[in-house]
Structure formats: C-alpha cells, structure tokens
Design a protein around this ligand. Sequence first.
Ligand SMILES: [Zn+2]
Ligand SMILES: [Zn+2]
Length: 368
Amino acid sequence: MSSKQIGTQMDAALFYGPNKLRIENVNMPVPSVDSIVLKVLSCSVCSYDVRTYRHGSFKVNPPVILGHEICAETIDTYCGENFSVKANQRVSVYPVIPCLYCWYCKHKKYNLCSNLKELGSSLNGGFAEYISIPKAIFEIGGIVPVLDSTSNEEASLIEPLACCVNGLSQIKNNDFESIIIIGDGPIGLMQLMLLKKQFPDRQITMIGKIRPRLDMARKLGADYIYEIKDEHFFTNPRDHIHGPMENVAPNLIFVSNNDIRSLKVALQLVNKNGNIILFSGVKNPSNMKNHDNDVLIDANFIHYNQVTVTGSFSSNPQNLSEAMELVNSKEINIRNLISNTFSLKNLLEALDTSESLKGLKSIINKFD
Ligand SMILES: [Zn+2]
Ligand SMILES: [Zn+2]
C-alpha cells in the first residue's frame, strides 16, 4: 500500500468541542525520537467517541482527533529496546500511553497509570489518514501484528475486545451459577461471546432495549434475552426477569451500558455472594446535575449479602494480544458485530449511526 511523503498534508477529523467536528486538511504528523508515524487502515466508532462529540469529556482538550479503536500499517522498520517491527506490517494499536514510572506502570497496570494519556482523547487518534504513536506504546508491547486472516475492520475491534478480556479478568471468584449482562450493544455482545466460551455451562441472560441486538445475543448463545419495553422495568426488575432469577445462587452481573440506572438494576438483581462488574463509563449530558451519577449504596445490603462491586477500565497490552489470538483463531467471530463502514469524510454520519443504535459497529475504513 502506498504512503504519502512525510511532510505533506493529510485529511483528519478535528473535534473542536461539543457538536463541532470538521474534516480538514492538516500537516501530517512527523516521526521524532519519541514517536513513530503509522498509516491508519481502519478506526471503529466507540460510544466514547459519540459521547465526547456530543458533550465533550473531562479528558479532552480540543482541538483533537478522536478515535482509539485503531488498525494501522507501519511505514518503516523500527527497532527499539524491546521491540522491532518491519515496514508495511498491519497492526492493532493499544491506545494508552503510560508514563512508565508510576506504581501502576511499574506493575504493568498501564490502564491505571497515574499520568494516563490516551490516543483519541488526550492525544490525536485514528480518525485521520496518519497517526503519531509514542514509542512507549511499542516498548510495552502495545503494537500487536495482525495476521493475514484478520481484516482491517476486524483488527480495529481488537481494542474493545481487549477491554472485554480485561473485564472478564476482574471476575474475582468463579463460584457463580448464572450471568446477567445489562446492555445489548457491541460491548455486551463481545462479553457474551467471551463468557460463553469461558463458562459454557452457566446460564447467561442478556438484558437490552434493541430487538435486533437481542436477536443477535440469542444467535451468539444467550440462554435468555429480556427486552426492556418501558420504565417500569427500572423500579422492580426482579418482577420482569423472574425466570432467570428463580435460581437463587451467586450470580455475576456485567453493567455494560452507560445508563446509570443499569447499576441500580444490577444492585437489585445481584444475589448473595454475587459480583457486579461496572464496565462502562456513564453518560453525563449537560442537563444532569453533578450528583446524578451517584448511586446510594446500602451498606448493610453489601455487608449482609457479601456482594462485590468491581470496576473495569480499558485494557493492558497483554489483553490486546489475547484478543488478537481469539479473533485470528476464529474462536471469537468478531465479524458478527461489523454492520456499517464509512469513509473518513462521512465520519459525522458514522457517529450518527452509532448514536441512533442502528446496527452494531460503525467503522471508518476509507481515508481518501
Ligand atoms: Zn472504545
Ligand atoms: Zn504511569
């Protein structure tokens, strides 16, 4: 694949603030002692991108290029201290830039770095023809080669799948009988595929609002699906999904959408010795007050029922390699989740499609 000369211009989608995003011709990034330039092959739209486009984010200081689910191609050979890569190699990119000296980095928990920076958030991301990658990402194994049998589009889904692999690694105790996933989006469906593979004998219930997504959940192995049709569900969810709740035994619940009410639902559905994993950030529309994201936790409920609530954020390079392996070997058929592809100049349409929950994953895979 031909690449442009360094020093020329490229197309990029610049985010200037809520609802302000323009495709512009800007200077290409230039490689330096600390960074390497890659050619972007595909970048998928995350709900984080949609949320940031609409409302901004505390992490983002515009103007910046969004997009952190990236498949790219190397332009030159690069040999570092712990890593070497040849030219024209397709790779999936770990989007976290670690400081390498804080406690978390020293213990390889890069996603929790005290000085966390992220591509497509605090630094320019993948909604552009080229991207500058700090060498630290190469050095920690955050550049994962893509095998021939995996397409560019599939490779851009390795990052969210890696986050789900990390989510499963937060399960502290395998002593549960059933699983509930709240959220029928691409993340919930990825978790479903991983959980089905890891715990084939546990009953899995998928709760969501979108019929075609729930039908997909069925196809991917959910034992029960529950479609939320009205607001009554949120006041007493146990009355609505009583079938799967008849089994009174420890359960594992993934909260995999950005509606804060889902955590409240999880706290009502969790059984004694159950585990709740809070996977998603919650949306923060401008009409919400500061404390609307707070959930009052009943201390006695947690104590007497011995319930665990765990967070899960982003991933580690190791999770990316594991996710790549699962996709390469077709153990996880990620292709099921690819529904819409767009060129960069139609990024707004891709964000709209993702926001209106049409299909599953929207992916930018053409850049000229
Ligand atoms: Zn994402
Ligand atoms: Zn750090």
